[in-house]
Design a protein around this ligand. Sequence first.
Ligand code: PLP
Length: 334
Amino acid sequence: MSTAQPFVELAEIEAARSAIAATVRRTPVNKSPSLSELLGCPVHLKLEHTQITGSFKLRGATNAVASLSDADKQRGVAGVSTGNHGRGLAHAAKAAGVRCIICMSRLVPQAKIDGIKAQGAEVRIVGNSQDEAQLEVDRLVDEDGLTMIPPFDHRAIIAGQGTLGLELLEQVPDVATVLVPLSGGGLVSGVAAALKAMRPDVRIIGISMERGPAMHECLKAGGPVLVKELATLADSLGGGIGLGNQLTFAMTRDLVDDVVLVSEAEIAAGIRHIYWQERQIVEGAGAVGVAALLSRKIESVGPVAAILSGGNIDMKQHHRVISGEDVDVTQEAA
Ligand SMILES: *Cc1c(COP(=O)(O)O)cnc(C)c1O
């Protein structure tokens, strides 16, 4: 059983906003003419894929690094993520002059290694699995005093992601429904904590993929369970919520109104629509809100805002998707 922690509160999110203001972008919101027409109500897109490092993960990582003590900052931070959290953490640490070591297994593709290195982190290649890479992080924590910064289940991370909700409310004051890509639940917990504190009537809907929707399965089971990870176009939404989950499970359960799942074909249609109609390049995870709107899975009540959460997609894969090729990643190993 996990020990319950009090939910992240508005005051922590407001403090995070000041802490990250100097180095994190306030991303724009565009009203989508095509989706507004289709849905018969205003549809706004929060262009968070234009964030530095290509995703909102920079918000949480910057706040987490800022909340370390001076002594901890001197010893540095570590993590295992090879995706958007790893990029965000590497960038945030570098901006704060803090050493950052990302450990990864020998199986990680060179493009991901280069993406993390480009943000200024030290990369340590160890073992043949994510678990072995995690052991090296544990060793760095135990022996060298580095601080492990996890991707979602952490107060400062959630508060940092919540700053996106504060911005959104300023940009779309009359928003009624917010569509939030959902994996471990750091983003949706932060955004829901911010919005529900200021506008309790706002509807928050988490969107995951049909293939391996970890938080959805855990909500159904009534607590954290192991969920098999499957290959998906929304690769940034893969992975579990952690069996010892402290915060994001309970916050998602209590603050999020609904969870909607989208298929691989719907995600591809979302990426295509966002490219041809909105002229934006997003990754699969960033397209799930639009995918749900296009497939009419959202009862559209009032002005809607969809968070385009990230843009780090392999450009060859993006090209195949927007050209209408049948892109089936489900045969690949996760
Ligand atoms: C991490 C990530 C998500 C999901 O965020 P959680 O806090 O894990 O729910 C959504 N979209 C993108 C692009 C991401 O990188």
